[in-house]
Design a protein around this ligand. Structure first.
Ligand SMILES: Cc1ncc(COP(=O)(O)O)c(C=O)c1O
Length: 391
């Protein structure tokens, strides 16, 4: 049996691998301080679960329209207009998919193919380059270190563009760095995107998770020209602790949205019908949604600052103050190990689970998620400190 070129070329997700290994170790009785999980440690808010249960009881258990339940697409269109500032966003331009990850893949499949280059600033979310390869296109990685706040500059972008460039992928707030682009920074990047007639996939899955008083900007809101070339991707997983529900969403210019709808209709049909009815409650009950989100944000912010202080208090560790998502991405290169070796030894010797930076295209770093309890943060920091002191 020979595998296809796509299958032989793809690596499994390193973040999911760490998560699976940690769950295994915990199940076998090990006391692990886990910083691997890319998911909120809160339960899905009860009012969303209730709406889903009600949908089940009402028999909403059949196929739905492939691009999404119409009521949810309309509610999302309203959210894209009012929260994201995308003027005139319509339900026809919205696609609901089985997970934000699949939304990203659809966006890439619909815009890129063989011969195209996709510009990806590194550190990047692990799945982007693999998805680009699955689409038959070529990832072009642009290195962006902590000395520039993990953010690509317009000059760097300009220098990286070739006649093959088709799509730029941005992710703000970022997984793995937690970095956040300002409105001015995004506008400057969008100017380059427009000048070179590129598409932009703006992955905004962490659009509600900001700290230090910052708030979200969607590049598609800048102008009609910007909206005409931007696919805004997101979903329900991180905002409403709904990772297991598998519900993503995107807004795209109509022609691209239609193409994405066709690809989805031939590959996955619809996202789970009753899950979509649960998600609709999150949009239709903004007060309850806001209260649940604020409770989570207060906890995340406290943990962020504790973890940040703790990390920067360890000799040899250097960490930027991330202002979004729920990750910190410290530089551990001073210990002279690859990020894989550092993370493997940290797990074996100190029982602390982190994700090596290598999978994010940044081998000097490790990723820690602070979507975990205050106790684990305290315990993990103390173990990490002892581990680092042993070098
Ligand atoms: C940057 C980024 N984009 C997209 C996703 C996809 O999220 P989901 O498929 O769980 O909705 C994730 C999840 O980790 C992410 O970190």
């Amino acid at each position: 049996m020979t595998l296809s070129p796509w299958a032989s070329n793809i690596s499994p997700s390193p973040t999911l691998a760490v998560d699976a290994r940690v769950k295994e170790l915990i199940a076998s009785g090990e006391d692990i301080a886990g910083f691997g999980a890319g998911e909120p440690d809160f339960d899905t808010p009860a009012f969303i679960k209730d709406a889903c249960k009600e949908a089940l009881d009402q028999g909403k258990t059949k196929y739905a329209a492939s691009s999404g339940v119409p009521a949810l697409r309309s509610a999302l269109a309203e959210k894209y207009r009012s929260f994201n500032g995308i003027e005139n966003a319509s339900a026809a331009e919205v696609i609901v998919s089985p997970g934000g990850k699949y939304s990203c893949y659809l966006a890439i499949l619909a815009t890129c193919g063989p011969g195209d280059e996709v510009l990806i600033p590194a550190p990047y979310w692990v799945s982007y380059p693999e998805m680009v390869k699955l689409a038959g296109a070529t990832p072009k990685i642009i290195e962006v270190g902590d000395e520039q706040g993990f953010k690509i500059t317009p000059e760097q972008l300009e220098e990286s563009i070739s006649e093959k460039s088709k799509l730029l992928i941005l992710n703000s707030p970022s997984n793995p760095t937690g970095a956040v682009y300002s409105k001015d920074e995004l506008e400057a990047l969008m100017e380059v995107v427009v000048k070179h007639d590129l598409h932009l996939m703006s992955d905004e899955i962490y659009e509600y998770l900001y700290y230090d008083g910052l708030s979200h900007t969607s590049p598609a809101s800048f102008s009609a020209e910007a909206a005409a070339r931007t696919i805004t991707v997101g979903g329900f997983s991180k905002t409403f602790s709904m990772t297991g529900w598998r519900l993503g969403a995107l807004h795209a210019p109509l022609e691209i949205a239609k193409a994405i709808g066709s690809i989805q209709s031939q590959t996955s049909s619809n996202a789970t019908t009753f899950a979509q009815w649960g998600a609709l409650a999150a949009l239709e009950k903004p007060d309850l949604a806001r209260a649940a989100l604020d409770e989570m944000l207060v906890a995340f912010d406290r943990r962020r600052l504790n973890l940040l202080d703790g990390l920067n208090g360890i000799d040899g560790v250097k960490c930027l103050r991330a202002q979004g998502a729920f990750y910190l991405f410290p530089n551990v290169s001073s210990f002279g190990l690859s990020s894989n070796d550092f993370a493997a030894r940290l797990l074996e010797e100190a029982k602390v689970a982190v994700v090596p930076g290598s999978g994010f295209g940044a081998d000097d770093y490790i990723r820690l998620s602070y979507a975990t309890s205050d106790e684990i943060i305290e315990k993990g920091l103390s173990r990490l400190k002892d581990f680092c002191a042993s070098f």
